[in-house]
Design a protein around this ligand. Structure first.
Ligand code: 13P
Length: 287
């Protein structure tokens, strides 16, 4: 059964650890992430962006696949199925498709419109027992005006959106999606502290969890981050393992071209990476 992310996040805040939120891309990802969470006895959030939802043949297929894999693999740890960076329309579609958690990303909207739409969805999600993540817009995080080094949220806007009845809040603290650029100055713990001071026990979400030094992630978790999103690192280890298999010529030996063999090293690499992250975030044995 899929669960809302509310309870697992509240426990994470109280216990000073974070729940791993891993983006899914296909069946290999779904099987590997769920197997890792079960092995580590960790509550987990599996999430898809709207693009990945399309790639996986629609949100209904995503929800059915996750449920079916859970049943087939005897997954007993708490699992929330979450929409990552959803539009308003996408959020409604995922609620309809049976997701147990939603992110409405109104960060590109004017703040008043973001607040209004978030409030509307907060009420709808609450009435259905679904958790809701919101995001506030970013302001330049770099004093010297260099773009692409990660942006920071305004703590006062964070407070306004946190008060709307949401479950978790994504707020920029210098983090970036994808591979971090050379010379990235690191997470802004001063901004995180200011956001935490305004938002109290609201679980905070760290996007762009791939490639941040481990000690920085752990410091952020100690300071109130309760959900860490990871996508790129799983993609990189999947690609590297698949490349190694092909470069070793294994696809040309016997039935090595069979996708069940060809994709197996990549799937194993995802599972190992997810396990590594779960232990880093401290959510192991918290199911
Ligand atoms: P990465 O791809 O950088 O891990 O970010 C994932 C993410 O934040 C999804 O919202």
């Amino acid at each position: 059964m899929l669960v809302s992310a509310k309870e697992m996040l509240e426990k994470a805040v109280a216990g000073h650890y974070a729940i791993g939120a891993f983006n899914l891309n296909n069946l290999e990802w779904t099987k590997s992430v769920l197997a890792a969470a079960q092995e580590a006895n960790a509550p987990v959030i599996v999430q898809v962006s709207e693009g990945a939802g399309k790639y996986m043949a629609g949100f209904k297929n995503v929800a059915d696949t996750v449920r079916n894999v859970m049943e087939y693999q005897n997954i007993t740890v708490p699992v929330a199925l979450h929409l990552d960076h959803g539009t308003y329309e996408g959020a409604l579609k995922c609620i309809e498709a049976g997701f147990s958690s939603i992110m409405f990303d109104g960060s590109a909207l004017p703040i008043e419109e973001n607040l209004a739409k978030t409030k509307e969805l907060a009420e709808l999600c609450a009435s259905k027992g679904i958790s809701l993540e919101a995001e506030v817009g970013a302001i330049g995080g770099e004093e010297d005006g260099v773009v692409g080094m990660g942006e920071c949220a305004d703590p006062d806007e964070c407070k306004k959106i946190a008060d709307l009845g949401i479950t978790m809040l994504a707020a920029g603290i210098g983090n970036i999606h994808g591979v971090y650029p050379e010379g990235w100055p690191g997470l802004r713990f001063d901004v995180l502290e200011a956001i935490k001071a305004k938002t109290g026990d609201m679980p905070l979400v760290l996007h762009g969890g791939s490639g941040i030094p481990d000690e920085m992630v752990q410091q952020a978790v100690r300071m109130g981050v309760a959900k860490v999103n990871v996508n790129t690192e799983c993609q990189l280890v999947f690609a590297a393992a698949t490349r190694e298999y092909i470069e070793a010529g294994k696809d040309q030996k016997g039935k090595g071209f069979d996708p069940r063999k060809l994709l197996a090293p990549g799937a194993a690499a995802i599972k190992a990476k997810v396990l590594e992250k779960i232990y880093l975030f401290g959510s192991n044995d918290k199911a």
